[in-house]
Write a protein that binds this ligand. Structure first.
Ligand SMILES: [Zn+2]
Length: 64
């Protein structure tokens, strides 16, 4: 499942951050909020794209 390349609301490119966000948060060592800060994803509309995508993958994955 692909993460959307751009934020639906403001058009900022967020897809390029997905792999790093996924890797760092999966290990549980990093707080997703802090990871997004470091990646430069500052707007709430953009952060939602990555955070909600993670949640969706967790919900859908068992059925694949
Ligand atoms: Zn945005």
């Amino acid at each position: 499942m692909m993460v959307p390349v751009r934020c639906f609301t403001c058009g900022k490119v967020v897809g390029e951050h997905w792999e790093e966000f996924k890797t760092r948060t999966r290990e549980g060592d990093d707080d997703p909020e802090q990871v997004l800060d470091e990646l430069g994803v500052e707007r709430h509309c953009c952060r939602r794209m990555l955070v909600s995508h993670k949640d969706l993958v967790d919900v859908v994955a068992p059925y694949q």
